[in-house]
Every structure is written in structure tokens, then in C-alpha cells.
Design a binder for this molecule. Sequence first.
Ligand code: F6P
Length: 342
Amino acid sequence: MKIGVLTGGGDCPGLNAAIRAVVRRAIQYDYEVIGIRDGWKGLVDVDLIPLTRDSVSGIHVKGGTILGTSRTNPFKDEDTASRVIENIKGCGFDALVCIGGNDTLGVADKLYKRGINTVGVPKTIDNDLCGTDYTFGFDTAVSIVTEAIDRLHSTTEAHHRVMVVEVMGRHAGWIATYGGLAGGAHLILIPEKPFTLDDVCRVIERRRARGKYFSIIVVAEGAKPEGLEGYITRESKRDEFGNVILGGIGWFLAEEIEKRTGMETRYVVLGHLQRGGTPTAFDRILATRLGVAAVDLVKDGVFGRMVALQGNRITHIPLEEGVKEIKQVDMDLYRVAEVFFG
Ligand code: F6P
């Protein structure tokens, strides 16, 4: 049995732990594992690397991905899609383990429907894939955001400022909600709940009126004012899947808050810091369990599925279900965070 493994889309902490788990489980079954470089790009160009017990030794502690990643979309046109399918067959892969988020697993599903044996492993710091309680990468991102908010408290308070902290979260505000809740944010803005500038300023002013001379606002990059189509961004570029390159809402809010309230306001964009570095123990363990489970599906001949965490059990669901929509923030949790606003 020859298994190809790839990591696609934005990287996240835990990818290497998942790759190591795939290789180690496959070795137990006497399967061969070939790494595909840079996500789907490695199947357009046929860029492969054999993976052995030695080559994955100790990588579970490292951020990034030893295979590299990209946002290459093989379904951007039919020629590329056919070429990728031919290449998969030409390489003699019996199965592909695809580690990715919505876009990568969407491609895995399309390939499955065209006769390729794919299994998906969910990852993304955004935690927005359906059918799994958590994706690995998310816990690490939340701990980075929490530490950043803790540190921003002292400087923001010392200067009696408003600090806007922009975090990742394209379509869903999981990182903002968890990080903001853990860090004690005074307001959290997420894509699921469009805001008005009047409401934002009211929360800040109410806090000042209570004698608290600083405010920390956490905003997900995909959050937007009520009624706005599209996003507030500083760039208009898109990736091959059509995703807008986000970033800019923090700057926008800081400008508007200062203008409207007269309070000195700064903003910080945590950006790719949230995706870098060593994974937490939670992410290492989740990635490892999912990687092992993916190879078990290959062994059982079960394809077109995404391994998933539900409760504390690893299970699997159709790939199609994992990617059919965005898993949005649980509003009960958001209401808990709201208790601490202002
Ligand atoms: O999809 C995960 C993610 O981290 C998003 O939160 C963010 O918008 C995007 O990736 C950034 O992607 P890139 O690294 O390609 O700019």
C-alpha cells in the first residue's frame, strides 16, 4: 500500500505531529508513505519526498510543516484537475491523506468524487470546520492571543488608552471569542455578529464612566460593521480559492474610535504570530490522534471521509459534511464573553 500525504492551505501548529502520526501508524501496517510537497502544488508538479521513521523523528514539537504548504487550487481549471488526477494515478498512490482546512478538504472531496481514495484530516487555527469540535492549531493560537492580551493590559492601562487587538478568523470568530474570554477583553467583535460604531463607542465610554481608564477590544479580521458587503481590508488581493487577503479592521476601528471618542487608541495585528511556533500539548495530541485515525481508515478501505473529534472520541464524517458550511461561534459561549464587556 502506498499512501501520499500532503498539507495544504495556511499552516498551523500541529501539522508535523499529524504527519509523524500518519507515518508511524503506516509503518505499523507495513505501508509506504510518500510526502507531497507544498500541498496540491506537489501533485501539479509531482514534487515528492519519501517519509521514513527517521525523517519524522521528533518533528511533533515543531511548528510549520516539513512538507511545505500552498494555496494552490487544482480545480481552478479542468486541465489542472485532470493533470493532478493523472499524476496521482501515475505515482501509484493507493490513498491520499490530505491535511487541511475548508479549501484543501474541499479539493479532497472533489477528487474522491472523481475516483481518488482520499481521507481528510482537519486543521486550521480558525476552528471553523464542521463536524469536529476542534481543529488542531486553534488551541495554540488561542494561547498566543491570550498571552498577547495579558501583555497588552499593562501598557494599555499605563497610558489610559484603547487597544484594538486584531486576530485571525476569516469567517468565524472562534479565536477572538476564546482568546478574548481568556484574556478578559472588554469587547469582542466577530464576523457572526456585525457591529455598529455607535455600540462599540458606547461600551468604551460606559467603562470610562465607571472609572476604568483603559479598554481592550479584540476583533476578528473578518468582523464588519452592520450592512457592509465584503470586508474592511487594506489589500484587494485574493488567493486561488477566491479568499480575500484580510487585515485592516483593527486599523479602521482604532481610527474611528479615536475620532468619535477622543480617546487615544492604538491597534495591534497579531497576524501570523498566531500560526507560528511550537504546538500546545492539546494540539500535538489531537493532531496525533487524527493522523493515526486517518491511516486506520485507509487500512479499512473507507474513503471520502474526514476524521473528527466529537466529545473526546475520534470518529469520521463524510468530507462533504466537513466542508459544506462554516462552523460558526456558539452564541451561548459568546453570551458568556458578553458578561464581561464594558
Ligand atoms: O485560514 C487560516 C488563516 O490563518 C486565516 O485566519 C487567515 O485569514 C488566513 O489563513 C491568512 O492566510 P495567509 O497566510 O495565506 O495570508
